[in-house]
Design a protein around this ligand. Structure first.
Ligand code: FES
Length: 71
């Protein structure tokens, strides 16, 4: 699913960057550009980061749909 329309970055790319060590929205922006322009996607990036906080190495197995329904 496309998360960042400005930079055409999907959820898989962001989750891959989290698995590789991105720990906040600034790390994600530096790694792939998502969130570095209008900022409209930053809430979605923040949700992905929060969902992976306890186990970032497993981020590659997380889906945006799962994050959206996470309490
Ligand atoms: S939608 Fe991601 S920076 Fe604009």
């Amino acid at each position: 699913m496309l998360v960042c329309h400005c930079r055409a970055v999907n959820d898989r790319r962001i989750l891959d960057e989290i698995a590789r060590g991105a720990r906040d929205e600034f790390d994600v922006a530096a790694a792939c550009g998502a969130g570095s322009e209008c900022g409209g996607c930053v809430p979605a990036i923040t949700r992905l980061l929060a969902a992976c906080r306890d186990c970032p190495a497993a981020a590659a197995s997380v889906t945006l749909d799962a994050v959206a329904t996470h309490p």
